[in-house]
Structure formats: C-alpha cells, structure tokens
Design a protein around this ligand. Structure first.
Ligand SMILES: Nc1ncnc2c1ncn2[C@@H]1O[C@H](COP(=O)(O)OP(=O)(O)O)[C@@H](O)[C@H]1O
Ligand SMILES: [Mg+2]
Length: 254
C-alpha cells in the first residue's frame, strides 16, 4: 500500500535518512523501530508531506506522493498521530476529534450560512462518528472538556481518536504509548489490536518492544537513518545486526 524507494532527507547537510527502501502491506501492522535519533519521525514527516524528502520516492497505492503538500496527502486517506502532541488546547475533546473529519466536510461558506437542513443532518452524522471514536478510546465522559486540561494519557488518546475517526486508508502512529503507564499502554495496545483485526493498515513507531513483538506482522529497523533489517518480529529479534545496533545499545544504556 505504501512504498518508499531510496528516501533520503538531509538537514543542513546532515543526513537523517539515507536511501530508505521498504513497503507497508495493506491490512497489516508494520512496526518501525530504532534507537532515538534513528530518523523514524523524520520518515513519517516525509510520508505525510510535513517535510519534502531530499531524494527518493514515496508511492501510496501506486500514486507518487513524494513532495506533495500535507493536505493533499491527508485527502488521499493517510492520517497520523504526533510523538509530541498536537492538539488544539482550547477546543473541546469533541471538537478536536471532529477536526479529524474535516476532509469530509465539503461545505461551502454560503451553504453553511444558509443552515440548510441537509447540512444539519450531516453535522449530526459527523458528531455521531466523533462520539463513537471517543467511545472507543474511553473519552466519552470528557467530550466537553478543553483538551488543555486533560491528563497526558487522555491527550494521547484524543490524538488516536482524531486519527482514526475518518477510517483512514493508512494510519501512521508515532510512539502512541510513550509516556503512558502500564495499564494505559495495555489498553491502547488492545485498541491497536482491534484496529488491526478490523483490517486497518498501520505503520507503528514504537519503543515498547513487548508491544511491538506482540502485535506487529512486520518489523522495519532503522539505525542512523538507514534501514538495517526487515522481517517478522521473530526474524528481526534474531538478526545479529539488530541485536548489535539496537538491542545491544539499549542494554548498554539501560
Ligand atoms: N526539523 C529538523 N531539523 C534539523 N534536524 C532534525 C529535524 N528533525 C529531526 N532532525 C534530526 O534528524 C535526526 C533524526 O531525528 P528523528 O527523526 O526525530 O529520530 P527518531 O524519531 O527516530 O528519534 C536527529 O539527528 C534529529 O536531530
Ligand atoms: Mg521520533
């Protein structure tokens, strides 16, 4: 569904990604792992149009999306969450989740001002969908709360609800459980499993190895901007390059 070919990204001459090539198959959960600074978030930024790749190509369902602006890529059905939260702090939880449906609005200013019944019906439908998404992530009782006052774990869940409310074709998650406690991690893990069972295509960046090994179909390993291994969780776990470059270093810093 998503194919990266030789994607590189330089920041002021320093390479953050070096000729990265891998694919994300449809209906599967692919995990992207690697040490801090490996280039994982940069890769998602290049796929979603937040940053243009320096070279290489990104194809989504055979369409070349390399260098397209972020809103065009979002319209194709790619949504994401951010490692560092990006919510609208003063908007309610409900309104934050509703922003995940803006691609489906299609309402002109003129139509909106006329308050046509057909629009009121559509608004009700969008609200219902947002409420369902909030329910899935245990946020129903906080619908009217401003996002700013939520606990960190709830903010992460609002991002997940916003990213999934529009039934995206491809969901990119940048460390969705980072900073959550064990109980919250387990509940988000279960929600990811449910999404995967429903056939959602997911690219998951995650540091929690237990979570990755439990739910991923495929694993891609980045180290210093290079893709050093791909395979099933078991294959990757046994790969000496991965052990040395990633797990070994983690143990060394633990
Ligand atoms: N906007 C940016 N400007 C300059 N350097 C950046 C920028 N974003 C990331 N980098 C650098 O690119 C490298 C990869 O970062 P990042 O993609 O955030 O890694 P990861 O998500 O794997 O921890 C790091 O060395 C980081 O400092
Ligand atoms: Mg990152």
């Amino acid at each position: 569904m998503l194919q990266l070919d030789g994607v590189s990204k330089n920041f002021g001459g320093l390479p953050a990604l070096q000729s990265v090539t891998f694919g994300v198959p449809k209906g599967r959960l692919t995990a992207l792992i690697g040490p801090n600074g490996a280039g994982k978030s940069t890769l998602i930024n290049c796929v979603t149009g937040l940053l243009p790749p320096t070279s290489g190509s990104v194809h989504f369902e055979s369409v070349d999306i390399s260098g397209l602006p972020a809103h065009r890529i979002a319209h194709l059905g790619i949504t994401r969450t951010f490692q560092n939260l990006r919510l609208f702090p003063r908007l309610s939880v409900l309104d934050n989740v509703l922003t995940g449906l803006t691609c489906e609005g299609g309402t002109s200013m003129c139509m909106a001002m006329l308050r046509l019944p057909v629009l009121r019906h559509r608004e009700r439908q969008l609200r219902l969908r947002a409420l369902e998404a909030m329910d899935r992530f245990g946020l129903s009782d906080k619908a009217g709360w401003p996002a700013a006052v939520l606990a960190y774990g709830d903010k992460k869940r609002v991002e997940l609800a916003r990213a999934t409310v529009g039934n995206p074709r491809l969901l990119l998650l940048d460390e969705p459980v980072a900073g959550l406690n064990a109980e919250e991690t387990a509940s988000v893990g279960e929600q990811l499993r449910t999404l995967r069972r429903a056939g959602q295509t997911i690219l998951l960046i995650e540091h929690d190895m237990d979570l990755v090994m439990n739910i991923a179909d495929h694993v891609v390993v980045l180290d210093s901007g290079q893709c050093i291994a791909t395979g099933t969780p078991d294959e990757v776990r046994r790969n000496p390059l991965v052990l040395e470059a990633y797990l070994g270093r983690m143990e060394a810093t633990a």
